[in-house]
Design a protein around this ligand. Structure first.
Ligand code: ATP
Ligand code: MG
Length: 711
């Protein structure tokens, strides 16, 4: 097969370049990944290099798989001996081969972030360290931060201050505990591999000789240790190819360093630099929009993409009335597209943060459209949501052992694994629930510390139980996540997760508000969530609409893309708007989003949004103004969108009782006078939102509210 037939001159030059270091710096959709794939094929076929002598690094496992498939299609060779994977995946492979050198047991295991935190906590308990003063999450962040910079506890200078030295002590104790248990966390994978290369000359040189070609995709998002790792692999005249786009560097918040591009130029003196400027992915209009947006960033190496493809359709812009209207609009369009014969897998919905997926998921579920959340979890599968739901479940039924086990020590309340085991055993013996056993054992059997913790846990859950009948569902949830300290607990998680987890919890309150219109809401809400978390998600091989955050979408492409929630405070994320550096990173994320679309891009925002438990009027994102107006077609004039758009949300006014309309003043027997803010649903399910003068804002079922209009 002619490996360079479908390439432009610059791409071809990069593919057939002699075995020297090279840097390919180019914009989105210009064929960087394609060049990498063809180069690997070329090296094997034309330079007669064995696949074993090639190592390629990709950003995700999915990308690695894709790359292998593409190489196989080009060459018809077995690619199993190729080393293609993520930094973590490859590190694991090196360590498995050289476990003795790095002093790991043969069967060492990888622990994830949750396991790591649990381990640190256990350690701190054993050492009697005050977890208030040294929060375990900060200890974990400290450990990982140092590992990512390549720093072991033994290298860190002690300052003689207890507060500081404690971190070093804990880091050291953690290293020892991991070593003892034969476990390796994510950062350790990279650091151990770096040490393997650095401290063992013969191994380093063996691999430098073996891997005659090292190729790295998405180079702009490598961090310090990953770069150091690559440096170790470079030598003995092998050739390293780095491929990247400074405009798509979106992991700065996680330690990625765009500066590695400059470091590469200096350290590895690439014989050639290639700049690809022709984009093959998107229509001219989409590209023009992307170029215009990214041009507003000041820190750029600078490049402009062009395309000789079709002009294409304008970017559709939909100003939704609220978040449900937005979801409804998107799902309607998706339904139409599928009806026209488009494959669901070609349709993608992208958004800034995970919490935004809930409303979209609900709209898709309602229409029974298969969907998959890529690189993230579905809303009700998320850890913090499961924890919150477990509190509600236990408040509903104390027999729910799974819920009990899940939260008996989450957030930590000093009930250790041993106590839980004791309770579990007792329950099994007595044939009772764990709840009952816990109460019995708290009377006699447990240590007084554990007994006290169990007692206050029981009281806490009972206090929630009483409220089920007394307050609105969303108030209950709000109360539960606060009083259980679940919110604060998740909020304090480090590594960028805490913020998101807190947002998701608040989003659960929003979900409950929408649910409240229905009778018997408490039970239904819990069960609906459980069903949602079940197996309605499309399996891997079914063609499904793809949902993902912008971060997860990097490197991917889809014929039809919906970019949802392009609103101020959401995108750019409200944490980033004030800081110029972070704002530029958000803009790069916007650039990534726009350039995922091949044929049609639709952007939407909601005028009001209930997210994170609040109702916000964010208005359109400032990034929207950066897109040239001639690229955009507004789906409806903004001024007309004073009312909900779709039939589901727009009760035709003829069906409403006289005097019930937006802005009307009404009287309610119980809550007194108020103003109608919103009307939703139709017929018997019509709901109205009223701002009462004395009672705050409430949603009521119109058919039951018995409202009297006031002139
Ligand atoms: P990103 O920055 O988003 O990772 P990229 O630079 O890696 O993008 P690719 O994904 O390699 O770009 O290519 C984008 C699309 O353009 C792919 O569908 C690819 O097959 C196609 N493409 C690239 N080069 C050519 C070419 N010379 N002729 C035809 N199609 C091409
Ligand atoms: Mg790519």
């Amino acid at each position: 097969m002619d490996l360079v037939a479908g390439l432009n001159d610059e791409q071809r030059n990069a593919v057939i370049a002699p075995p020297e270091n090279q840097l390919i710096l180019a914009g989105a959709g210009s064929g960087k990944t394609r060049v990498l794939v063809h180069r690997i094929a070329w090296i094997i076929q034309q330079m007669h290099v064995s696949p074993q002598q090639i190592l390629a690094v990709t950003f995700t496992n999915k990308a690695a798989k894709e790359m292998k498939t593409r190489i196989e299609a080009l060459l018809n060779v077995d690619t199993r001996s190729l080393w293609i994977g993520t930094f973590h995946g490859l590190a694991y492979r090196f360590l498995k081969l050289h476990f003795e050198r790095v002093k790991l047991p043969r069967n060492f295991t990888i622990i994830d972030a949750d396991d790591q935190l649990r381990m640190v906590k256990r350690l701190m308990n054993t050492l009697n360290v005050d977890t208030e003063r040294w929060p375990p999450k900060e200890v974990v962040a400290y450990i990982n931060g140092n590992k990512e910079e390549g720093i072991r506890s033994s290298y860190i200078q002690r300052q003689g201050f207890q507060s500081n030295d404690m971190y070093i002590d804990l880091y050291q104790a953690y290293e020892e505990a991991c070593q003892q248990a034969g476990v390796v966390d994510f950062a350790e994978l990279l650091l151990r591999t770096l040490e393997l290369f650095r401290d063992h000359k013969e191994i380093r040189e063996h691999y430098q000789e073996r891997f005659r070609f090292v190729l790295v995709d998405e180079f702009q998002d490598t961090n310090a240790i990953q770069y150091a790792w690559l440096r170790q692999l470079s030598g003995k005249g092998n050739a390293m190819t780095a491929v990247g786009d400074d405009d798509q560097s979106i992991y700065g918040w996680r330690g990625a360093r765009v500066e590695n591009i400059h470091a590469f130029e200096q350290d590895l003196a690439p014989a050639n630099m290639y700049r690809l400027e022709q984009n093959y992915r998107s229509t001219k209009i989409i590209l023009k929009a992307a170029n215009a947006v990214i041009a507003n960033n000041s820190e750029r190496l600078g490049k402009e993409l062009w395309s000789d493809g079709d002009e294409g359709n304008k970017i559709l812009l939909y100003a939704a009335f609220n978040e449900r209207d937005e979801a409804k609009y998107i799902v309607e369009r998706i339904k139409e597209a599928i009806k026209e014969g488009k494959r669901p897998i070609d349709l993608a919905i992208l958004y800034r943060s995970n919490a935004q997926s809930r409303v979209l998921e609900e709209a898709l579920l309602q229409e029974s459209l298969p969907y998959r959340i890529y690189g993230g979890q579905r809303f009700y599968d998320r850890l913090e949501i499961k924890n919150a739901m477990a509190y509600l479940r236990l408040a509903r039924s104390t027999q729910d052992d799974t819920a009990f086990e899940r939260i008996i020590n989450v957030p930590p309340r000093g009930i250790g694994a041993k106590t839980v085991e004791q309770i579990r055993y007792h329950a099994r013996e007595q044939g009772s629930s764990m709840w009952e056993s816990a109460i019995t054992l708290a009377g006699t059997g447990l240590s007084s510390r554990a007994a006290n913790s169990v007692k206050s846990f029981v009281q806490l859950i009972e206090s929630f139980h009483v409220l089920i009948e007394q307050v609105e569902l969303h108030e209950l949830i709000d109360h539960v996540i606060e009083k259980s300290t679940l919110l604060i607990y998740h909020q304090n998680e480090k590594g960028g997760k805490g913020e998101e987890r807190a947002e998701n919890l608040a989003e659960l309150v929003s979900a409950a508000k929408v649910f409240e219109a229905d009778e018997n809401k408490f039970d239904e809400f819990i069960d609906a969530a459980a069903l949602d978390a079940g197996d309605t998600q499309a399996d891997e091989y079914e063609s499904a609409v793809q949902l993902m955050t912008l971060h997860s979408a990097k490197g991917l492409e889809f014929p039809y893309v919906w970019l949802a929630g392009v609103e101020r405070n959401i995108f750019p994320h409200r944490m980033s708007a004030e800081d110029p550096g972070r704002l530029e990173e958000e803009r790069r994320l916007c650039y990534v989003g726009i350039t995922r679309a091949e044929e049609q891009l639709t952007i939407s925002y909601a005028e009001t949004r209930r997210l994170h438990g609040r109702e916000d009027f964010n208005g359109p994102s400032p990034f929207l103004k950066e897109i040239p107006t001639e690229c955009i077609e507004e789906v409806r004039l903004k001024t007309e969108i004073r009312r909900p758009a779709s039939p589901m949300f727009t009760p035709s006014s003829e069906n409403l009782p006289k005097g019930i309309k937006l802005g009307a003043r009404v009287y309610h027997d119980h809550f007194g006078e108020g103003v109608i803010l919103d009307i939703e649903g139709a017929d018997a399910r019509t709901r109205v939102q009223i701002s009462f003068d004395w009672e705050g804002t409430k949603w009521l079922m119109l058919s039951h509210a018995n409202l009297t209009p006031i002139e």
